[in-house]
Design a protein around this ligand. Structure first.
Ligand SMILES: [Zn+2]
Length: 476
């Protein structure tokens, strides 16, 4: 009996704002514990929250980028539960059954597959428990009150494999980065993903019992975790065991999941509207202003690179991996660089040099002008591909324009027909026996003669021209 895997994805993204969600404390990562706290984010009695407008705008932009409908009126609720990382005894969130800021959207992958989005809402992050080596535990409230966006996929799920889940997460992360709303650093926890996984017999109309997976700190962990969890469930069902709804943790080292707790139910949280916070209202003019400010998103860029420029999926994916990298590519092409050539330089030599020097594109001396210049020198036959590599290395190290380097070093390729012809004739005279062999049908000696001519020209003669002129002279 075959099984169908269904995966729902709950993603939490910490928003890039100067201050926290409901107070003026800085929103930052790291630093000394409990140094970015105030009465509001510590939940001291009498303190009042104030909504961070930048965070609301970030969520609105994300909801629009994910093709969501936008609520005209949206409320904050208190989600009540008792845990030490939550100083107020409740988390300010948006209740599932009411209008979140964005709902009924989708994320389209470059393959054309659409992943339905159920809701995009705004809440606040909790503090962090720290377990010290000596057995004591402490709490860091620096993260408490940091604006957090939750993005939940549709039900029933559109995702049916670990690979699809990974792709969804990759494109969602890139979308957030392009929007400038989240830095997408999974290893720092600013982007967190909790998939829920269920299996059902093929053809079955209902979905099976789901488990939620936590502690997935990387794309690899997400893909592996989902795959292993589906396999674990299939094996359990095959043994006749009954699956139960639960939350499981992912052990990255052992590559297996372990039980954490049986899932709490919604009613445990006693949601109610936060009386200290007014409803958020979204006017059409504001929605349209934000919509018009959206950048070109990764899926659209991927599609443009493959369909308009004929780049491979692989190349397009490398180019869009970072906004600055994609912008560099576009700038080069706008300066007349042939897209395929620009792409090959970027994903090849340029990426390698940046990697080896431990720098990023924005710190590099190479600008789009440099690369467009290099590509033009090669395509017009002024320098050979081999010379171009050397020129590019010098340009990378010094910031000089490729054209200037080629001129200074006399690297420019010899494409002057008459100059090459002179060398060709001299070489044929010096190698009369080889010329004779060629004329008697042993055309294999041509390569030897081409080599001689290029050698005579100190490596500068355009090989294609050498070839043509040699044949011309040999036939004379
Ligand atoms: Zn605060």
């Amino acid at each position: 009996m075959g099984f169908v895997v269904s995966v729902g994805m709950e993603v939490h993204a910490e928003l890039l704002t100067k201050t926290k969600m409901f107070c003026g404390c800085p929103n930052a990562f790291g630093g000394e514990v409990n140094t970015r706290v105030c009465p509001v984010c510590l939940g001291l009695p009498g303190s009042l929250p104030v909504i961070n407008r930048a965070a609301v705008r970030h969520v609105l932009a994300t909801a629009l980028a994910l093709n969501c409908s936008i609520a005209r009126r949206s409320l904050f609720h208190r989600k009540n539960y008792f845990y030490p990382d939550l100083p107020k005894g409740y988390q300010i969130s948006q209740y599932e059954e009411t209008n979140p800021i964005g709902y009924h959207g989708h994320l389209e992958l470059p393959t054309g597959k659409r992943i339905g989005i159920k809701r995009v809402h705004l809440e606040e992050d909790t503090g962090k428990l720290l377990h010290l080596p000596d057995g004591r535990s402490g709490i860091d409230y620096n993260r408490a009150g940091v604006p957090l966006m939750e993005i939940v996929t549709d039900f029933p799920p559109d995702i049916h494999s670990s690979e699809e889940a990974k792709q969804y997460l990759q494109y969602l992360r890139l979308t957030l980065i392009y929007l400038g709303v989240c830095d997408g650093k999974m290893e720092q926890g600013s982007l967190r993903c909790e998939p829920n996984i269920s299996i059902a017999e093929e053809g079955s109309k209902s979905l099976g019992v789901k488990t939620e997976l936590k502690n997935l700190g990387s794309f690899k962990a997400v893909a592996l975790g989902i795959q292993h969890e589906a396999e674990r469930m299939e094996a359990a069902v095959a043994k006749g065991e009954t699956l139960r709804q639960e939350t499981r943790g992912w052990d990255e080292k052992a590559e297996r999941s372990y039980p954490m707790r049986v899932k709490e139910f919604e009613s445990d949280y006693r949601y109610f509207p936060d009386p200290d916070l007014p409803p958020m209202k979204f006017e059409d003019a504001f929605i349209e202003e934000v919509r018009n400010s959206l950048p070109e998103l990764p899926t659209a860029r991927h599609r443009r690179y493959t369909s308009s420029f004929g780049l491979s999926d692989y190349d397009a994916e490398l180019l869009i991996a970072e906004p600055a990298w994609a912008e560099f590519f576009d700038a080069c092409v706008n300066k007349g660089g042939e897209p395929k050539a620009v792409c090959n330089w970027m994903n090849g030599d340029f990426a390698k040099m940046l990697n080896e020097s431990g720098t990023v594109v924005s710190e590099s001396r190479i600008t789009p002008d440099h690369l467009a210049d290099l590509v033009a020198l090669v395509s017009s036959g002024q320098i050979s591909g081999k010379m171009a590599k050397e020129v590019f290395e010098t340009s990378f190290a010094t910031g000089q324009m490729p054209r200037d380097i080629a001129q200074k070093q006399g690297l420019s390729q010899l494409s002057d027909k008459e100059a090459i012809r002179k060398i060709v004739i001299a070489v044929l005279n010096e190698n009369a026996d080889s010329a004779q062999k060629y004329r008697s049908g042993k055309t294999g000696v041509l390569g030897f003669l081409v080599g001689k001519v290029i050698q005579q020209s100190s490596g500068r003669a355009n090989p294609q021209l050498v070839n043509e002129l040699l044949i011309e002279e040999l036939k004379r």
